[in-house]
Design a protein around this ligand. Structure first.
Ligand code: CTP
Ligand code: MG
Length: 425
């Protein structure tokens, strides 16, 4: 067995923000750039840099999904990945990342997942400056616009000399002890780590940043990043086979429809009336479950998420999401639709089969199809039902099983923009 050396440096990737300004339906780092999320692209850049511990800081409900993403991006470096839950401010998220550092780590880079396309050369320049003895270093780019100081009414108060200004980017590099002490001493919230360290009295030096390391903040930024990824796909992640001159399978896959399979089972014995296939069934025995036990809706959610490669129902609707306790099909399906839209997909069609002795679907099949279809933005849904000749748990009337397949298709970027930018912000 070969022992790999323990790294002395770490990269904390902060991805726990909600992305209010982007308003993408899911936390910003989990919005799709192509078939991959912003977080995945950011991590590809991180894993192209020299080996380091990589701490990924995400919303607590998305830790499972982030771990999958990080392991995929890490290739043979998956053992270097730690995923932790972030805080309500960026600074708290950085603190959560710092708390997860291994004992041997001496230098720390803090990187915004939102700067998803940061080239490896920027990492190299920051690391080189730290190795040369700097306690704190940031990548910076010249400010191209003419900058004015304005008052609360928007009146220009003064011109600001552009030559004295630089726009700060990430990754920002620090000696670990310096960043930890600055954070411990912080009495205010700072928008970046360099400001925190400067407030603690340290010199911060700059290295050259890169225009491509821009922060995805608003819908037009997202469009720009998506266009850049389309034009120049990133090189393969470490451990993935290199691409040849032919279009990569992943590039081709991004333009093809995808299918997914989902199944779900719930036992009879819940409180109240039965909810199944988005319909209430007065007089029928209810199913049990964290939500309304609608196995048909849940199988459809799983099929759609599987098709998009977005995990499964537990990833997005776990029992730690109180808002889905007792929720009906409409809430599940419309949230799933948002997740898909944010990742660049729309629903082609869904086919679902119910196995149960009761309820009898024949009389309400069309109503069920229309209800489910409406919850999925009008995509066709077909519902079929069968019994199992008295065999198995459905045959013994102990519960209901549902099996769904879904077809999803990539949307044009213009459609994604409409969905993402629903608030008009
Ligand atoms: N971030 C974080 N934890 C927070 C807030 C922000 O980890 N509580 C991360 C974001 O995920 C992002 C980076 O810090 O990668 C820069 O923040 P920003 O671009 O402002 O992202 P959001 O806060 O998510 O966006 P918004 O301000 O529009 O809500
Ligand atoms: Mg923010």
């Amino acid at each position: 067995m070969t022992l790999t050396p323990v790294p002395r440096s770490a990269v904390i990737v902060v991805a726990a923000g909600s992305g209010t300004r982007l308003n993408g339906g899911v936390p910003k780092a989990f919005v799709g750039l192509d078939e991959r999320t912003i977080l995945h692209h950011a991590l590809r850049g991180v894993f192209a840099a020299p080996p380091a511990q990589v701490v990924v800081v995400v919303p607590s409900t998305l830790r499972g999904e982030a771990t999958t993403e990080a392991h995929e991006a890490a290739g043979d470096r998956a053992h270097l990945v730690t995923v932790v839950a972030g805080g309500t401010t960026r600074q708290e998220s950085v603190a959560a990342g710092l708390a997860a550092l291994w004992g041997d780590i001496e230098t720390v880079l803090v990187h915004d997942a939102a700067r998803a396309l940061t080239p490896p050369a920027v990492f190299d320049r920051v690391i080189a400056a730290i190795e040369a003895g700097a306690a704190a270093v940031i990548p910076a780019v010249a400010v191209v616009d003419t900058i004015k100081r304005i008052d609360a009414d928007g009146r220009v108060v003064a011109a600001v000399d552009r030559s004295e200004l630089a726009a700060a980017q990430t990754p920002q590099g620090f000696r670990r002890d310096v960043l930890e002490a600055a954070l411990a001493a912080a009495d205010a919230d700072h928008t970046d780590d360099a400001a925190l360290v400067a407030a603690a009295g340290h010199d911060v030096i700059t290295v050259e940043g890169d225009a491509i390391a821009f922060k995805i903040t608003t819908a037009p930024d997202l469009e720009r990043a998506r266009a850049l990824v389309r034009e120049a796909p990133r090189p393969a992640a470490s451990g993935e086979p290199a691409t040849s001159g032919a279009p990569a399978a992943s590039e081709e896959a991004a333009t093809l429809p995808r299918v997914g399979l989902g199944t779900d089972v719930h036992g009879f014995g819940g409180a109240g009336t039965l909810w199944l296939a988005g319909l209430e069934w007065p007089g029928e025995t209810a199913l049990s479950g964290h939500s309304d036990g609608d196995a048909v809706a849940h199988a459809i959610v799983d099929a759609l998420l599987a098709a998009a490669g977005l995990g499964d129902i537990g990833t997005h609707f776990g029992t730690d999401r109180p808002e889905f306790a007792g929720a009906h099909a409409g809430a599940f399906l419309s949230h799933t639709l948002d997740l898909l839209a944010a990742a660049g997909w729309r629903v082609g069609n869904v086919s679902v089969q119910v196995q149960a002795n009761r309820p009898r679907f024949a009389a309400r099949r069309v109503e069920a199809e229309q209800t489910l279809s409406a919850a999925l933005g009008g995509a066709p849904v077909s519902v079929s039902a069968t019994t199992t000749d008295g065999l198995g748990f459905t045959g013994r009337s102990e519960g209901v099983a549902a099996f769904a397949t879904a077809l999803i298709v990539p949307v044009q970027s213009s459609r994604v923009m409409n969905v993402d930018n629903g608030s008009g912000r």
